[in-house]
Design a protein around this ligand. Structure first.
Ligand code: NAD
Length: 481
């Protein structure tokens, strides 16, 4: 049986059956997670629906509760971070940052004011626009940042007055289950429910008649299925999907300086970041120097078990992703690419792969065209900025991108031409709760974070108060004159 429970209607709910969760540093099952049944999912949605009318009615309580949730999360870092490291693989310090970010997101939304807009205030009418909650939100998350991404959804959804049922990835269910269990002490019953299970559970959620909104983060392939499944009863969707971010380096960039930033932007979380740098374009003049500097960083970084405090990078999270990275690198090498460093799985238990820098590679190779989502980076040369821009934009992805230069204004002109939801200049992966984040093209629909993300958990209502004696205003007056 499992020591982990789902949270349904404020109660800890044990499983009818379980599935194993693997520690990617060992490749061994270390815990059992509850496998949510259809009846249990129904109970979670029913609880969320029952809690909605009271939760939506008291904004002050919602703000106080979000602040209390932040306190619970901050007080639980020592419980949640090691659990996250053990199921996800990331170094313990990074896991702590994830829990901290979850708390910061709760605090940010607790304090975010979105006053009603008055659009007319004259002798005819007072008209204002308000935002109303949607109802029950189904939140579905991936395995790369289980806690941070959960609270990108939970915090704004709850502030807006919705109630939530969240399902983490089957590869990393435990930290989310534990966080939601701990949060029940400050939440009214049924406001935030957590269930766990495989991909089929996600499909049941998007098909279910109760939720009015699906907030999904995951792959493009699954995102399309979610959109189809949500369509028949017109559930609202926000889809945060994959990316194939390009970084374009301009010819005035110092190679050592730029390599440091590019390495950090590409290898954060072992490359398992939707908006990590996944392709680099370097001008011919400095190509060799940039490659050498990147190879130095990649070959000297300490890779190991995330619970070892000296590890800077952990394993790849799961066996299918590990096999995919191995396949993509092998495919590149067999197509003529060179691994200037790395190129192989590490000879130890678990899903460890050498940080890899690939050269002699171009578009048309799978690891350049597809999202590798792992510690292997193709570095390509270019001869004109227009050529680099065209190649950077020649993709169905459009999540984010960056331009690097000694002259930020020059970089901004190039960045302005990148087709993606976020462009960074001289950095990559700078994210904040007040900054909208979302993708163009197949990288998603809608955004998260800031007032823009909050509004995705609402619908607009126009409130028109007539001030004319006869109740006839512009459009109605014409009908009777
Ligand atoms: P995934 O699409 O395989 O799974 C994501 C979640 O969807 C999991 O909880 C999974 O169980 C669930 N799911 C699977 N099939 C489903 C279905 N038919 N209906 C409903 N839910 C279903 O993605 P993953 O492998 O867990 O995550 C990696 C992907 O997520 C990468 O492509 C990455 O770029 C993307 N991602 C995007 C963002 C962003 O904000 N844009 C952030 C992180 C990760």
């Amino acid at each position: 049986m499992s020591e982990f429970v789902m949270s349904i209607g404020g109660d800890p709910v044990g499983p009818e059956s379980t599935f194993g969760v693997i520690n990617p540093s060992t490749g061994e099952v270390f815990a059992q997670a509850p496998e949510c049944s259809k009846d249990q999912l129904d109970a979670a949605f029913t609880s969320a629906q029952s809690a909605f009318s009271s939760w939506r009615s008291d904004e002050d309580q919602r703000r106080k509760t979000l602040l209390a949730m932040a306190d619970v999360l901050l007080a639980s870092i020592d419980t949640l971070a090691p659990l996250l490291t053990t199921e996800q693989g990331k170094p313990l310090n990074d896991a702590g940052v994830e829990v901290f970010a979850a708390a910061i997101w709760c605090q940010y939304f607790a304090n975010l004011e979105t006053p009603p807009q008055v659009i007319q205030d004259d002798a005819d009418a007072l008209v204002h626009v308000v935002r109303r909650p949607l109802g029950v939100v189904a939140a579905i998350t991936p395995w790369n940042f289980p806690l941070t991404l959960a609270f990108w959804k939970i915090a704004p959804a709850l502030l807006a007055g919705n109630t939530v049922v969240i399902k983490p990835s089957p590869f990393t269910p435990l930290s989310t289950l534990k966080a939601v269990e701990l949060l029940q002490e400050v939440l009214p019953a049924g406001v935030l429910n957590a269930v766990s299970g495989g991909d089929q559970l996600g499909a049941w959620m998007t098909n279910h008649p109760v939720p009015r909104k699906v907030s999904f983060t995951g792959s493009v392939e699954t995102g399309k299925k979610v959109a189809q499944s949500a369509a028949p009863d017109l559930k609202r969707v926000t889809l945060e999907l994959g990316g194939n971010d390009a970084a374009i380096i301009l010819d005035d960039a110092d190679p050592q300086w730029v390599a440091k930033g590019i390495f950090a932007g590409a290898f954060n979380n072992n490359g398992q970041v939707c908006s990590a740098i996944k392709r680099v374009y370097v001008p011919d003049e400095i190509y060799g120097e940039v490659v050498d500097a990147l190879a130095d960083f990649a070959s000297s970084v300490k890779v190991g078990d995330g619970l070892d405090p000296t590890s800077k990078l952990g394993p790849i999270n799961n066996a299918p992703q590990y096999e995919r990275v191995k396949m993509l690198v092998a495919d590149a090498l067999s197509s003529g690419a060179t691994a200037v460093t790395g190129g192989h799985a590490m000879d130890r238990p678990g899903y460890f792969f050498e940080p890899t820098i690939l050269t002699g590679i171009a578009e048309g190779t799978r690891i350049v065209d597809e999202e590798q989502f792992g510690p292997a980076l193709p570095v390509m040369s270019y001869s004109s900025v227009d050529d680099a821009l065209e190649r950077a934009n020649a993709t169905t992805f459009g999540l984010s991108g960056s331009v690097w230069s000694a002259d930020p204004d020059r970089a901004a002109v190039v960045a302005n031409q990148l087709e993606c939801g976020t462009v960074w200049i001289n950095t990559h992966l700078a994210l904040a709760p007040n900054q909208p984040f979302g993708g163009c093209k197949w990288s998603g629909i809608g955004v998260e974070n800031g007032p823009w993300g909050l509004s995705e958990f609402t619908e607009v209502q126009a409130v028109y108060r007539s001030r004319t004696d006869d109740g006839l205003n512009i459009s109605t007056a014409g009908l009777v004159s």
